[in-house]
Design a protein around this ligand. Structure first.
Ligand code: PLP
Length: 489
């Protein structure tokens, strides 16, 4: 077995000189219990007797006696010239004890939504690059190379400003670049003082849920909608009111009828998740008017708006807002890659202080090193060219996927090519169950997401959500052959 690093050197051994037990026995017992509890795992290197004696201020002979007993009883073994290590096959009775300890006496009750969340995480399995996984991105060789260079350059200037606590609102250089981008590309009205750098969309949803005042935190969500928004709100104790989505986007009149006093509404206006519908101008104005009159907040999740392939782009809802009711959210986890965990919110000025404080209390600030790399990437123009290149790539992937689906499965599916984003919806025909295909597809090593699962109260539409941004072009044809098998073809 490979030896493990010397965590034992950090273990908080203690010696009580006033105790009746001799010092060597106290040390022996502490080591033994650390081994049995798993705090020191098999193959962990133990400190030398000399180090242990110095650390505890005891005699070397007491440390040697403690080790000898551990060795004699089989809790540790010595390797010539290398030191003493925790044994991997522990003495019988104690191994059994450890097994018992691992099983908790009572299992904590899961939150109501944990099953749904489990399904979502399991189905999308966002960490692997199986076609047609959702939410993944591609990074080409040029961006990969630049990323390495900018990281190396940032590390070369590694110094005081990276080592201490930073601004909880985010680095000013990055906030400036985000503003430049949003003003130009999304007609967002913003100043760097309004921008909060976050870990991504998920963190902003959590902050909004935490800062909403009052016992009855009623909020509107889209139905069907993004499950992680709804689940995060439920987990934060909000009362979620599903509002149906039609071909013009969220039905504002229906929302007002169902919950006129809601505190907030969470929407994806530029590319509704999952349907891809664009919120019409009439509905945008209706939503803004309701928010202005009722004092509600509109949380605009503008995810994946960087990747627009055609059609008439509508600028952000925030850009139309005269009454400062819109909290605009964007994510760099889609524009670049999900492992980055960086995003931003543009806040109405009266909310900035509260949001920055809430973020500070959650996790203080974003990582200084990551922010510096992304700020340089944006400032030096690489972000704009990365987006342009990826837009072309994703457009090609979308077109190839649409063509392959129509060719192989046109009689089972109606494909709706989206003008934006990183996934498409293929509606099933002739009563074919999307959930059944989702299950069968998994057996063929591909991931499709059943859209019907994302409905709350609205009548379920059966469709498959297929990502086209997270795997190479050459995977499309063989993956469509496997999908056809999932349909029994
Ligand atoms: C609707 C929607 N918003 C936002 C995100 C991005 O979330 P995050 O920035 O937390 O990675 C996703 C990712 O799948 C999404 O589908």
């Amino acid at each position: 077995m490979k030896s493990r690093p010397g965590w034992a050197a950090l273990y908080a051994f203690e010696v009580d000189r006033a105790a009746d037990a001799p010092v060597f026995r106290q040390v022996y017992l502490q080591l033994r219990s650390a081994i049995l509890s798993g705090a020191l795992r098999p193959a962990t290197k133990l400190p030398s007797t000399r180090e242990l004696a110095t650390q505890l201020g005891i005699s070397r002979s007491a440390a040697v006696a403690a080790f000898e007993q551990l060795l004699a009883e089989g809790y540790a073994f010595g390797k010539k010239g290398a030191g003493t290590f925790v044994a991997s096959d522990l003495p019988e009775p104690f191994d059994a004890m450890r097994g018992r300890k691992k099983r908790p006496a009572s299992v904590p009750k899961p939150i109501a939504s944990s099953r749904e969340l489990g399904d979502f995480v399991d189905v999308t399995a966002q960490s692997d690059e199986r076609p047609f996984n959702l939410g993944r991105t591609l990074i080409d060789a040029r961006t990969a190379e630049l990323w390495r260079k900018l990281n190396a350059r940032t590390l070369r200037s590694f110094g005081g400003h990276h080592l201490g606590y930073g601004d909880p609102q985010g680095m000013i250089e990055l906030r400036r670049s985000v503003c430049d981008y949003l003003r130009a590309a999304r007609a967002v009205r913003c100043e760097p003082e309004q921008v909060l750098i976050t870990a991504g969309t998920q963190q902003v949803i959590d902050i909004v849920a935490r800062v909403m005042q009052g016992p009855d935190k009623e909020v509107w969500v889209e139905d069907p909608g993004y499950p992680l928004t709804r689940l995060a709100l439920v987990a934060a104790g909000a009362t979620v009111c599903p509002v149906p989505v039609d071909r013009h986007g969220i039905n504002v009149t229906e929302g007002i009828r169902r919950a006129p006093k809601a505190r907030a509404v969470f929407v994806t206006p530029s590319h509704q998740f999952p349907t891809g519908v664009v919120l019409s101008m009439a509905r945008r104005l209706e939503l803004l008017a309701w928010a202005r009159e009722s004092g509600a907040w509109i949380v605009e999740d503008d995810y994946a708006s960087e990747f627009r392939y055609g059609g008439r782009p509508l600028a952000s809802l925030q850009g139309l807002d005269e009454a400062e009711r819109v909290i605009y959210i964007g994510t760099l986890n889609k524009a670049l890659f999900p492992g980055l965990r960086l995003g931003y919110a543009v806040l109405p000025p009266p909310l900035v202080r509260t949001f920055v404080t809430a973020r500070y209390l959650m996790d203080r600030q974003p990582s200084t090193l990551c922010q510096a790399v992304v700020a340089a990437f944006m400032e030096e123009g690489h972000f704009a060219s990365h987006i342009r290149r990826m837009r072309d790539k994703y457009r090609n992937q979308r077109d190839a996927l649409v063509a392959a689906l129509r060719r192989r499965l046109g009689d089972h599916l109606t494909v709706d090519p989206p003008d934006q984003g990183m996934h498409l919806v293929a509606y099933t025909r002739r009563g074919i169950s999307d959930v059944g295909i989702e299950r069968a597809a998994r057996e063929h090593e591909i991931v499709v997401r059943a859209m019907s699962r994302l409905h709350i109260e609205a009548p379920r539409q059966s469709g498959l959500m297929l990502g086209f941004s997270g795997y190479p072009h050459q995977s499309i044809a063989p993956a469509i052959t496997r999908l056809a098998r999932a349909f029994g073809r």
